[in-house]
Design a protein around this ligand. Structure first.
Ligand code: SAH
Length: 256
């Protein structure tokens, strides 16, 4: 068993299911409308502990999962949501040691998903401030050891890819068709390209570019996730669901 330590993140949730991400610090305090929780109550305790605030409200603490961390971490660019991160990992067929080029890096949600699955990731990101934040988010969640498998370069992927013999190229930016030729040269045969795109016009343009390339086996899909309300006899789909995030397109680099 590993107790909560100073410097770690804890996810606190209350009776209504509201969640708060807290960085534990010696002498730290978590303030809510329902009083104060001294971090000292959590440091040294096991995950799953329930504590009371000074006003008597109950909070339970666990370590955040990747999905929970992604939704609570500091974000500049829009992140890819957990419902799409999981499928993306399988469509890209990421494996430990896979050499992956990711562009753009944004807030690092996809980066931490790839690195955590064991990939060696090089990220290209045009915005210096996003590159810094992404790196901080990835190392915060995965620990400093992850630094050896995640590097971000401040550069424009439309201008080219320096890496060669890549296993995967994963894209979340507005004009991925401008990366197809570069990916063709940078991937090894059999390598996989995956692109996340919000609109169908973009998908059509990407698929045209893939048709004019050595990529084949192209497919486009969207992931619909419907959660359920389960309470006593009332078991039914929730009234609300996220209608749209983005389309996932994947293709494989084949021979000439
Ligand atoms: N997938 C990321 C979010 C990416 S948002 C996540 O899950 O957190 C898209 C990012 O692409 C932005 O940060 C933007 O600055 C970057 N970008 C746009 N065009 C680019 C280009 N040509 N080369 C590199 N990065 C680019």
């Amino acid at each position: 068993m590993r107790e909560f330590r100073e410097g770690e993140r804890a996810l606190l949730f209350d009776a209504k299911g509201r969640q708060y991400l807290v960085t534990l610090a010696e002498g730290g305090e978590f303030h809510t409308h329902a009083g104060v929780v001294p971090h000292a109550l959590l440091i040294g305790a096991a995950e799953g502990i329930t504590v009371r605030s000074t006003a008597g409200a109950r909070y339970t603490a666990v370590r955040p999962t990747l999905a929970q961390f992604v939704l609570k971490m500091p974000r500049g660019a829009q992140v890819i949501y957990p419902k799409d991160l999981g499928p993306l990992l399988v469509l890209a067929d990421v494996f430990p040691g896979a050499r992956v080029l990711e562009a753009g890096v944004g807030s690092g949600a996809l980066s931490m998903t790839l690195v955590r699955a064991g990939a060696d990731v090089v990220g290209y990101e045009t915005r210096a401030d996003f590159a810094v934040r992404a790196r901080r988010n990835v190392l915060t969640f995965l620990g400093d050891d992850a630094a050896a498998r995640f590097r971000v370069e401040e550069r424009d992927v439309y201008a080219g890819i320096d890496e060669t013999e890549l296993d995967r190229v994963v894209l979340d930016l507005p004009e991925p068709w401008r990366v197809v030729k570069h990916a063709e040269a940078a991937l090894r045969p059999g390598g996989i390209l995956v692109a996340y795109l919000p609109t169908v016009g973009q998908v059509a343009q990407l698929r045209d570019a893939l048709d004019d390339s050595r990529f084949g086996m192209a497919e486009t899909m969207e992931v619909l996730q419907r959660t359920w309300h389960v309470e006593g006899q009332s078991v039914r789909p929730d009234h609300r669901m996220v209608g749209h995030t983005g389309f996932l397109t994947h293709a494989r680099l084949l021979g000439a």
